[in-house]
Design a protein around this ligand. Structure first.
Ligand SMILES: [Zn+2]
Length: 196
């Protein structure tokens, strides 16, 4: 059971991790807390946006769209490795997922295959959207991957979690394919090395 970090602590921990942070608008108070609870937090979820173009991608993640209002994550990691903070609190990124997966994340055990959409993930996960088309061809620059690794490790370090608390959307919600272009096992190994 971990209460979410304050927005200030979140910002400080990302900066301490050595990433370039861009604060977008009133990100500290832009959230969906009026729609449901935020916390306790149990992990970090990684996504791809299926979009191209930094400005457009950040704006979409901040405002969302009519069917899914923003923020759509907490931080948008663009191809240059910058982390754009678009919201803080409950965000529309994880949706409904598998309660067995959530239990495995909490226990930091091997994840079961996700086959249920029964549990509110927006309550329990920090979320990062990464600018990538998700077509399996669009490259993931090293600067971007390094930023994903650093922000994930920073949050794990704050909460005393291992790399097993970092999952991909595709491991949470049946039918999701993101992030595509690397494996979460590979990313978790990088995060594990950084946490040593
Ligand atoms: Zn996603």
């Amino acid at each position: 059971m971990a209460p979410p970090m304050s927005a200030g602590a979140f910002l400080s921990s990302l900066r301490a991790a050595g990433v370039t942070v861009v604060e977008v608008g009133d990100w500290r108070h832009h959230n969906r807390n009026h729609k449901g609870p935020w916390g306790p937090v149990h992990g970090v979820m990684i996504h791809h946006t299926a979009t191209r173009g930094e400005e457009r991608t950040v704006e979409l993640c901040r405002t969302g769209h009519p069917d899914l209002p923003g923020p759509l994550c907490h931080g948008v990691i663009t191809k240059d490795g910058r982390v754009h903070l678009v919201g803080y609190g409950r965000a529309n990124h994880a949706g409904l997922g598998d309660d067995d997966v959530l239990r495995a994340v909490i226990a930091e055990k091997t994840l079961p295959h996700d086959n249920e959409a029964s549990t509110d993930g927006n309550r329990h996960f920090y979320g990062f959207e990464c600018e990538n088309l998700g077509d399996g061809h669009d490259p993931w620059p090293e600067a971007q991957l390094a930023a994903v690794e650093k922000v994930s490790a920073a949050i794990c370090r704050h909460h005393g979690w291992t790399e097993r608390s970092v999952i991909g959307h595709l491991e949470w919600q049946p039918g999701k394919v993101d992030p595509r272009g690397f494996t979460m096992a590979w990313l978790r190994a990088r995060i594990r090395d950084r946490l040593k």
